[in-house]
Design a binder for this molecule. Structure first.
Ligand SMILES: *Cc1c(COP(=O)(O)O)cnc(C)c1O
Length: 376
């Protein structure tokens, strides 16, 4: 080839979109450490620490807690592919993009999906789930998204889980955006299967999906009559690698350096304290909201249930969505998110996730938005 390829030097952006969030220098530094063999005793011991730190972050004692070697979407697939057997009835609550993806996954697993739909920008209504549970007493699983990143809405995970369990259902929760950013208590709230992502409030590099399964979920998996269709995501097989201490068997090559990074990001969450991290996200959300108000912008979601880590901002009449986002990126090295689906062109999504959630970024974003909007 005659073409010359130069070294790639990414610009230094501030990532205030729906993920990835800014990765802290400590985490980037961890990535660059020497690669170990994925069965090296030192690496195996690091895997044990990652598991303990994930149990801390999820607030669970579940032994089946680990990162899947793929992004949040693979965590979603892992939970559904293992728990849903052909013919299983699954109630899926949808009030945004990600609930819709869960629904598609249930169908692909051969399950019978029952949708409980609520409008975008609103919470999943408890009475709607209650009616669905009454109408479908044979439902086995209730699945929902805790923090709906597409709309900026927080669903009431504790109440939804309680209701599902009163009807004998297992609970399956998307915590991709909530983990380490908002209150989340896996054991106390009775969550049976949960998945998250490395690149949102954990502020790690993209590409890993922490998951956790309760004893009841494992029992359902062990009782399957058909094997899990996906070889890679079959928990029985993955557990042979992540679960068996010194006798770990080869399943796939773990993304060794990414696990160093995940360890460092979890260590930072532990050092700060999970509750302190939740508080920090809330405090910076309030500051952002006040700053937005000072330049005439409002949130599209009711304060009672809006996410602190992902703020859906109403785009004012006559303002061009794309022009503003391009100006922020090109002139301020600042990324904010576009609206998805029904919200495309109607809202901006401003993320304050993990390492990104600090006062300097709030001020930077408000000043940049003010400058760009004043240009008209
Ligand atoms: C980002 C996100 C996902 C998908 O995660 P990827 O790492 O992009 O695959 C799933 N659910 C929610 C709620 C998300 O915000």
């Amino acid at each position: 080839m005659s073409q010359e390829f130069s070294v790639f030097n990414p610009p230094k952006r501030t990532l205030m979109g729906p993920g990835p969030s800014d990765v802290s220098p400590a985490v980037l530094n961890a990535l660059s450490k020497p690669t170990l063999g994925h069965l090296d005793p030192q690496f195996v011991s690091l895997m044990d620490d990652v598991k303990s730190l994930l149990q801390y972050a999820f607030k669970t004692k579940n032994t089946l807690t680990m990162p899947i070697s793929a992004p949040g979407s693979a965590g979603m697939e892992a939970c559904l592919a293992n728990l849903v057997e052909p013919g299983d009835k699954v109630i899926v609550c949808q009030n945004g993009v990600f609930g819709g993806r869960m629904y598609q996954n249930v169908i692909r697993c051969g399950g019978e999906a029952v949708l409980v739909e609520d409008p975008w920008g609103e919470q999943t209504k408890l009475d709607k789930l209650a009616s669905a549970l009454k109408a479908h007493p044979d439902a086995k699983i209730v699945a929902f998204v805790h923090a709906e990143t597409s709309t900026g809405v927080m669903n009431d995970a504790q109440a939804l889980c309680q209701l599902a369990r009163e009807h004998g259902c297992l609970t399956l929760v998307d915590a991709v955006t909530s983990l380490a950013g908002s209150e989340l208590r896996v054991d106390e709230w009775g969550i049976d299967a949960i998945y998250s992502g490395s690149q949102k409030c954990l502020s790690c590099v993209p590409g890993l999906s922490p998951i956790s399964f309760s004893e009841a979920a494992i029992e359902k998996i062990k009782g399957r009559k058909t094997p899990v269709q996906s070889w890679f995501l079959d928990m029985d097989l993955v557990m042979g690698y992540w679960g068996k201490g010194a006798q770990r068997a080869y399943h796939h090559t773990a993304p060794v350096n990414s696990i160093y990074a995940l360890y460092e990001s979890l260590r930072l969450v532990h050092q700060e304290g999970l509750e302190n991290a939740w508080n920090r996200h809330q405090q910076n959300h309030i500051k952002l909201k006040e700053g937005l108000a000072s330049i005439g912008l409002t949130l599209a979601v009711d304060e009672a249930y809006c996410l602190p880590q992902l703020n859906a901002v109403t785009i004012p009449e006559g303002v061009d969505d794309k022009v503003v986002r391009s100006a922020l990126l090109n002139d301020f090295n600042l990324e904010i998110g576009a609206g998805l689906g029904q919200f495309a062109g109607k809202v901006w999504r401003i993320g304050l996730m993990g390492h990104t959630s600090n006062e300097d970024n709030v001020n930077y974003c408000i000043n940049a938005l003010k400058t760009v909007l004043e240009r008209g």
